[in-house]
Design a protein around this ligand. Structure first.
Ligand code: AMP
Length: 426
């Protein structure tokens, strides 16, 4: 299957070719024909599947055909609402890339920065607006944004928007949408409240599901290390030092935890930066920019901040903490092995996180391979039981060499027993 066979207009085909996209991804093969027919779409898919081009290319196609030959003021015709600033910026970059031969203009608006520049961009006229919910509502209320000519609406990463508490903003935005429109709704997961929300925006829709287990199992090599919490920093340093040239994204469950990891890495001469909600927008963008350019090899992120990270050369994801929501694991490891590339995702699992690992394995319908021995092996078995206390070697004050060598042999045998036990366990 080629993009040409999907029926996209020439300027878009040219742009996709310039991006180096040879063949459409599964979500693109399924979604583009539905969207070209003008139908609404419910997409159950995560970022990293080629979702942006799946909705961006057909929207640009329609808008290009609509504007063909027409001159005059730009009118806002397409709106994409997405949860994070990083995602918004990234989607904006994708629209710029896919639409570079169409003459269509997009702008991105998000909170956490002064609104002046965003307002002037809107005043100058845009065809496509990519926005986070809070700032969108704010500028709508101030009268800078009109939905009068809107024809295409995308609600992206709906589950994440709900998690972040945007439900009321989203409902207010939906209430203002013109009735005649093409609506697209994307979510990685479909719990009940998300289904209910999708019903509010979608009309006659078709559904496309790209199962996360397909995305992960096929492309990402996974592994899990059993390790005690206090040994996690040591294991992280060990793994990072083993691969100094790799771009590594480390996930932390909390913002505070992310800062702590960065401090520990810096102490061990590993350059790293954290991105999370407590960092200012310029700090986040600087860290992400350096990471994307390869100047910074290790980025430590919380789940929400990481949603927008799209780094082509990301070779390794490390789950420093296992997420308690299994779908989050799928999101995280989807950061590596994007589109056609393959990647590696390694997880640290301490005794408290064992139940999370079991849930994850149930969701992805496979066992995450246990990693072989490492210098920080946890002293518990998979059930979380501590191995029985080994009898201590009697302490001899006597410096008899034979005795000493016997002692050493005893200890070595103990070490060997441990190793074998670990080997069996992994
Ligand atoms: P997305 O899910 O839209 O964030 O896309 C994930 C990554 O895949 C981005 O780096 C895209 O540039 C890339 N991508 C999207 N579609 C294709 C394609 N058909 N072929 C190769 N790469 C693609």
């Amino acid at each position: 299957m080629t993009f040409k066979e999907l029926g996209l207009a020439d300027p878009i085909l040219k742009a996709l070719e310039a991006e180096g996209y040879e063949n459409p991804t599964p979500i693109q093969i399924q979604a583009i024909p539905i969207l070209l027919k003008g139908k609404d779409l419910l997409g159950v898919a995560q970022t990293g599947t080629g979702k942006t081009a799946a909705f961006g290319a057909p929207i640009l196609h329609h808008m290009y055909n609509l504007q063909n030959g027409q001159k005059g003021k730009r009118r806002l015709k397409a709106l994409v609402v997405t949860p994070t600033r990083e995602l918004a910026i990234q989607i904006g970059e994708s629209f710029t890339a896919y639409g570079k031969f169409t003459g269509l203009r997009n702008t991105v608006i998000f909170g956490g920065v002064k609104q002046g520049k965003q307002v002037s961009a809107l005043r100058n006229g845009v065809d496509i607006l990519i926005a986070t919910p809070g700032r969108l509502l704010d500028l709508m209320n101030q009268g800078y944004i009109s939905f009068r000519y809107l024809e295409f609406v995308v609600l992206d990463e709906a589950d994440q928007m709900l998690d972040m508490g945007f439900i009321h903003d989203i409902k207010k935005i939906i209430a203002k949408l013109p009735p005649k429109r093409q609506s697209l709704f994307f979510s990685a997961t479909m719990p009940k409240d998300i289904v209910a929300l999708s019903r509010k925006i979608l009309g006659d829709f078709e559904k496309v599901t790209i199962r996360p287990e397909q995305a992960t199992a096929e492309k990402v090599e996974q592994g899990v290390y059993f390790v005690n919490k206090p040994n996690k920093p040591g294991l992280l340093v060990h793994l990072l030092k083993e691969r100094p040239d790799d771009s590594v994204l480390v996930f932390s469950r909390t913002k505070h935890g992310a800062d702590k990891i960065v401090r520990k890495l810096n102490q061990r001469d590993i350059k790293a930066a954290a991105i999370h909600g407590n960092k200012s927008q310029p700090q986040r963008q600087r860290a992400l920019g350096n990471f994307k350019e390869g100047k910074l090899k290790v980025l430590v992120a919380t789940d929400i901040a990481a949603r927008g990270i799209d780094v082509e050369e990301l070779s390794l994801v490390i789950n420093y903490d296992l997420p308690n929501v299994s779908e989050t694991y799928v999101h995280r490891i989807g950061r590596t092995g994007r589109a056609s590339a393959s990647g590696i995702a390694l997880s640290f699992c301490d005794s408290e996180e064992r139940p999370y690992l079991r849930d994850i394995e149930k969701l992805i319908k496979q066992e995450v391979p246990r990693m072989p021995e490492h210098p920080f092996v946890e002293e518990t078995d998979e059930m979380g039981n501590k191995p029985e206390q080994r009898p201590r070697q009697p302490q001899h004050r006597n410096h008899n060499t034979n005795r000493n060598s016997n002692n050493n042999r005893g200890q070595n045998q103990n070490k060997k027993r441990n190793r074998n036990r670990n080997r069996k366990r992994f």
